[in-house]
Design a binder for this molecule. Structure first.
Ligand code: G3H
Ligand code: 13P
Ligand code: ZN
Length: 307
């Protein structure tokens, strides 16, 4: 059943578990996410970036989610706009039927981010849609970074407290050292868990981890075995994901892992049979790989059997 993000995340917040928010750009990714949720008996958040919406068409994206949520009526699913950059983009998503939107004004100064978020919250709450915002910048932190450099990049817990109080945003993404993509850490992986706990204590709302792909060894190996190149890639270690949940993360954004797992299978088919051109022969193993990865992730985050 299509529900608001808040409905899924308030339960996760109270019971201290994480719900995967999985990006999709086509039917193959989306249906694999639903199949995994069905197998693990888990709620899901399916999310589309502005780029993904442009690629699919907003009506097609919403239509596919609606049809799949009718097919699996027992699965609570929220449809979320990932990294909405403007009020207009968030409004278009709300009008089209999204049940959750992110306004990402984190690159603006604090006051501007607050104003823009407040505007989106008013518009979205009016229609019963939940809102996510972000504080700080998504980037890895080096071992030798100074305290002032760290403070300039990562979330400021006191600001987070004021931000949540004034905007009434439903959930917040605090920057604690993750980044998007396959190359998250230059040296040893490092996240600021103390800062995370402080933000949770001062805001007491569901928190979001962006850039949460783990790049599990078997997924990296699978991609490399096809002649693919992922030199220098590093994801968020599984122990860090578990530690994040303990620290108050409830929405766990995952895209890169799905992309690598899917494309590794496509590459395998292409390498094994250079006469093959039936799309289904490429996509079926790709879908299976995504499904397997998501079921594992649901078990790790604690959302399995939470329906
Ligand atoms: O936020 C990053 C997501 O992985 C979406 O990426 O803008 O390439 O669709 P995208
Ligand atoms: P990854 O690149 O780690 O999968 O992060 C995705 C994300 O944060 C989407 O908002
Ligand atoms: Zn993100």
């Amino acid at each position: 059943m299509l529900v608001t993000g808040n409905e899924i995340l308030q339960k996760a917040h109270k019971e201290y578990y994480g719900v995967g928010a999985f990006n999709f750009v086509n039917y193959e990714m989306l249906s694999s996410i639903f199949e995994a949720a069905n197998e693990a008996n888990s709620p899901i958040i399916v999310q589309a970036s502005e780029g993904a919406i442009k690629y699919m068409g907003i009506d097609i994206a919403v239509g596919m989610v609606k049809i799949l949520s009718q097919k699996y009526p027992h699965i609570p699913v929220a449809l979320h706009l990932d990294h909405g950059t403007t009020f207009e983009s968030c409004k278009a998503a709300v009008d089209a039927g999204f049940t959750s939107v992110m306004i990402d004004a984190s690159h603006h100064p604090f006051e501007e981010n607050l104003e823009e978020t407040l505007r989106v919250v008013k518009m979205a709450h009016d229609k019963g849609v939940s809102v996510e915002a972000e504080l700080g910048r998504l980037m890895g932190i080096e071992d030798n970074i100074s305290v002032s450099e760290k403070d300039a990049v990562l979330v400021n817990p006191k600001e987070a407290e004021q931000f949540v109080k004034e905007t009434k945003v439903d959930y917040l993404a605090p920057a604690i050292g993750t980044s998007h993509g396959a190359f998250k850490f230059k040296g040893e992986p490092k996240l600021d868990f103390e800062r995370l706990q402080e933000v949770k204590k001062l805001t007491n709302i569901p928190l979001v981890l962006h850039g949460a792909s783990a790049i599990p060894d078997y997924v990296r190996d699978s991609f490399l075995s096809t002649g693919g190149d992922l030199k220098g890639s590093k994801g968020v270690p599984f122990e860090f994901l578990k530690e994040s949940i303990k620290g108050g993360i409830n929405k766990v954004n995952t895209d890169t892992d799905l992309r690598i797992a899917f494309i590794a299978e496509v590459r395998k088919v292409a390498n094994n049979d250079n006469t093959q051109f039936d799309l289904r022969k490429f996509f079926t193993p790709g879908k299976e790989a995504i499904k397997r990865l998501i079921v594992e992730r649901m078990n790790l985050l604690g959302s399995s059997n939470k329906i």
